[in-house]
Design a protein around this ligand. Structure first.
Ligand code: FES
Length: 156
């Protein structure tokens, strides 16, 4: 069997990237909400970088497009507006604060591992494209992407 034939070529990967916005759409709010192949995603623009994540928080489906962006332990994070979970934009890791093993009076940030699915963002000629990550590898936030929410973000 020739395993090489099953590998996708770079051009094929580019075909699956979906145009979600123009760069100028990020000027004011620094974020755009989009639907990519039936998946709700949010794209943030912060410090000259774009990051895309599943829009519904892995914890209980909170609306991450309404979250504040903050630097936490050296990582740019979105703070979920519902229960204030912190999610690193670049990796999708959930962060939690614990006591520093070196100095138990101090606290530091730890990772719970990747909890929120991140997606790839590409910019071409002013257009912002998102390519979904491989959903065959499961991620906790997958659960809420299959649910429906009303305008107030309540799960239906
Ligand atoms: Fe996001 Fe609970 S739903 S912190």
């Amino acid at each position: 069997q020739n395993m090489g034939q099953t590998r996708s070529k770079p051009e094929e990967e580019d075909d699956s990237a979906v145009l979600v916005a123009q760069e100028e759409d990020f000027k004011e709010s620094k974020r755009v909400r989009a639907r990519v192949n039936d998946r709700e995603v949010v794209i943030f623009y912060h410090d000259g970088k774009y990051n895309a994540l599943d829009l519904r928080c892995y914890h209980a489906g909170g609306p991450l497009h309404l979250g504040e962006i903050e630097d936490i332990g050296g990582q740019t994070c979105v703070i979920c507006p519902w229960h204030k979970y912190k999610i690193a934009l670049a990796t999708g890791e959930g962060l939690y604060e614990g006591s520093d093993p070196q100095d138990p009076k101090e606290t530091m940030w730890f990772s719970k591992g990747v909890k929120q699915r991140i997606h790839k963002v590409m910019v071409r000629n002013g257009g912002v494209y998102v390519k979904l990550s491989d959903t065959r590898i499961q991620c906790e936030s997958d659960y809420y992407t299959s649910k429906t929410f009303d305008e107030d973000n309540n799960m239906l």
